[in-house]
Design a protein around this ligand. Sequence first.
Ligand code: FAD
Length: 321
Amino acid sequence: MAKVIVFIEQREGKAKKASFELVAASAAAGNETHAVIIGDSVTAIANEAAQYGANKIHLVQDAGLKLYSAESYARALTTAIKSLSPEIVLAAHTPMGKELMPTVSVQVDGALATDCTSLAFSGGKLQAKRPVYSGKAMVEVEFLGSGIQMATVRPNALGLPKPDTSKTADASNISVDLSGLKTKILEVVKGNSARPDVTEAAIVVSGGRSLKSAENFKILEDLADTVGAAVGASRAAVDAGFRPHRDQVGQTGKVVSPTCYIACGISGAIQHLAGMRTSKVIVAINSDPQAPIFQIADYGVVGDLFQVVPALTNEFKKIKE
Ligand SMILES: Cc1cc2nc3c(=O)[nH]c(=O)nc-3n(C[C@H](O)[C@H](O)[C@H](O)COP(=O)(O)OP(=O)(O)OC[C@H]3O[C@@H](n4cnc5c(N)ncnc54)[C@H](O)[C@@H]3O)c2cc1C
């Protein structure tokens, strides 16, 4: 059993479920699991963390932590780590986790494994598996010495159990000194999409160059909205201006690991696979039966996406009705 801190990522008071995957995995392994929630007015998240298995909840609250900045949040998380002295610290491998954890690992002199897809706990020690070479190989990481073992874990990689809604939080406060910071976030300008981000969605519907225009992505959006999915894109589709770069999946885009990835008119170049090959179920729709995407697909449809995708959407609509 280890003492584990899980950094609970939140924006605007809404926690990321990827953080609760880590809480649940740590608790299921019998660890003493501490959830650290940083922000302003984030008390409401404490119960959620308890319901996924956190034994103790620590709130680091300050008006200066309302908007995320790497510098202020690193100060807050470092303060919590120094006050709780855990063996292990976990965070989701989201844009926030990717930025924050390397900074914190330096500040607490810990060792960090990033972008992990599985964790194993044994006798206070952490072992992590992480993809390398664009997902072509996996490495197993173990931590040497007695320093703090830290890892970021790809969202959706561990899965989220059902919360135990009968549980309530035992929350305490940790205060942080935010004086002397060198940066301050003044404003966050959000994108205008109501759909989930590709890195967080349980289902991702992605399109490639073959969509031919930004307007044609409407057929993917219809499917995505029917099944509650995010819309992703290949780099070719992004470079052609069909989708914004934030939707790009792959080596130079985002890495996703959804329960289901539906690739529509995407050839399956190695750089695209690097961003989605750890998806649980991969569905490929492509008019070319030789397209490389079929080599990693669990289900393949050889056909014209302009016919197959609307037909799929109709079937899902019928099921929902
Ligand atoms: C350094 C580097 C980094 C890169 N990073 C990324 C990255 O992050 N993400 C990424 O995606 N790519 C990346 N690429 C580009 C990558 O190599 C491919 O060029 C790109 O993924 C191809 O996109 P695509 O599959 O949409 O297009 P194409 O390769 O042109 O494939 C289109 C596919 O659609 C099929 N098709 C055509 N019409 C239809 C239809 N009507 N119905 C069904 N199927 C149809 C075709 O059979 C074909 O398989 C990177 C490349 C480099 C060199």
